[in-house]
Ligand binder design. Structure first.
Ligand code: PLP
Length: 433
């Protein structure tokens, strides 16, 4: 009997349908298994998160919100979005309203901007070069082109938030929004102090907790929710969910936020990704997630101390979070050179500007390390000490190909003893090798 669809391609596996894409994914699986991932914003998602994200929910249009959709047949995706919303509110106790539809962290920020500002309005944020984010007013980003940002930064001497700078920026700009939150700040953020400055000036406080949301969820970083009017986050960094975003608002600002996301800036929500967010929030509510975050923070402290012992200039002298910012000038290299040396041995980090930076963003004087991904694989203090030693050695012997090859072999031998999450990922790497 023939196939009534007349299209046998519809049932092909990825490997059958597209060997080129399949091969690239398999090679990436090998890379993810054999390298040590220390980019602070990266992690390995829960296997169940990836399963939901790859599910048949991608087939469904569901413009609108649960119970108020523009399409028929939404009864099951409504269950999924309601689960995502209620779990997000439970995970971040104290939050009042949540929208789980933003496609990414940057989209969540734009949704808040368009809910709270008109084009040309001013806001205040940490500058990109001092640890802020592209979507907080960088001139090349929509946030900087359509709105009028004024920036604060960190003090060049100790790398901590320049509170006088925050107060000055708010006093002169009279902003609609003050943003607290960063991509490269290793210390606890004082949300009460940010809120006092914002609210005294009649501005709203947006906390972008993209990097630290897992730490907040675990109760190991003070919560922004008692203080902020809006909170945004990614869901794929410390939270270990799918690559996506989420936005929260005070109850009275919730309806405007929802309108801003849909129909303001997005069409159909990605229901498969929202399902994956529901799964991630559910798993983050399990007590094991707090243990994971505790180990992530302990590893960051160990790694910071070990790097300092090898001569790295650890900015602020340490870390309260999952990330470490280092000045590599004392080692005689730029951030770019250090990153390339570590890449050659399979230790993945990124170059980063440091307080008082004198080099361009493409070169930099610093590097950023983060422990969420390595901790997900089960690495602990002994591995952190080893990673710091390899880092120093790879930088010192960056012009010695034989030494780099030997270190790379040691790195991948160690990495392979720590499993990547998901039996599918393990077998993909085994077949891709
Ligand atoms: C990572 C990050 C984002 C952006 O997230 P995307 O999902 O990549 O758009 C936004 N804000 C901060 C502070 C971040 O660190």
């Amino acid at each position: 009997m023939g196939d009534p669809r007349g299209d046998r391609n519809m049932d092909l596996s990825l490997r059958e349908a597209d060997p080129e894409v399949a091969a690239a994914i398999a090679r990436e699986a090998v890379r993810q298994r054999d390298h040590i991932e220390l980019i602070a914003s990266e992690n390995y998602a829960f296997a169940a998160v990836r399963e939901a994200q790859g599910s048949i929910l991608t087939n469904k249009y569901a413009e609108g919100y649960p119970g108020k959709r523009y399409y028929a047949g939404c009864e099951f995706v409504d269950v999924v979005e309601d689960l995502a919303r209620s779990r997000a509110l439970q995970l971040f106790g104290g939050s009042e309203h949540v929208n789980v539809q933003p496609h990414s962290g940057a989209s969540a920020n734009i949704a808040v901007f368009s809910a709270a500002m008109e084009p040309g309005d001013s806001f205040v944020a940490m500058s990109l070069s001092q640890g802020g984010h592209l979507s907080h007013g960088a001139p090349v980003n929509l946030s900087g082109r359509w709105f009028a940002p004024t920036f604060y930064g960190v003090r060049p001497d100790d790398g901590l938030i320049d509170w006088e700078g925050v107060e000055r920026a708010v006093a002169t700009a009279k902003p609609k929004i003050l943003i607290a939150g960063a991509s490269a700040y290793p210390r606890t953020l004082d949300f009460a102090r940010f809120a006092a400055i914002a609210h005294d000036a009649g501005a709203k406080l947006l906390v972008d907790m993209a990097h630290i949301s897992g730490i907040v969820a675990a109760g190991l970083h003070p919560s922004p929710f008692p203080h902020a009017d809006y909170v945004t986050s990614t869901t794929h960094k410390t939270l270990r969910g799918p690559r996506s975003g989420i936005a929260f608002a005070r109850a009275d600002l919730g309806a405007a936020l929802d309108k801003s996301v849909f129909p303001g800036m997005q069409g159909g929500p990605l229901m498969h990704v929202i399902a994956a967010k529901a799964v991630a929030f559910g798993l983050a509510l399990d007590p094991s997630f707090r243990t994971y975050m505790e180990r992530t923070l302990a590893n960051a402290k160990s790694l910071a101390a070990a790097l300092a012992a090898h001569g790295f200039g650890v900015v602020t002298g340490g870390t309260d979070t999952h990330l470490i910012l280092c000045d590599v000038t004392p080692l005689g290299v730029t951030g770019k050179e250090a990153t390339l040396a570590l890449e050659a041995v399979g230790v993945t980090i990124n170059k980063n500007s440091i307080p008082g930076e004198t080099r361009s963003p493409m070169v930099t004087s610093g590097v950023r390390y983060g422990t969420p991904a390595a901790t997900t694989r089960g690495m602990g203090e002994a591995e952190m000490v080893q990673i710091a030693a390899w880092s120093a050695e790879a930088i010192a012997r960056r012009d010695d190909p034989a030494a780099l090859r030997r270190i790379a072999a040691e790195v991948s031998a160690l990495a392979r003893t720590f499993p990547v999450p998901g039996r599918d990922a393990t077998s993909l790497a085994e077949h891709g090798a």
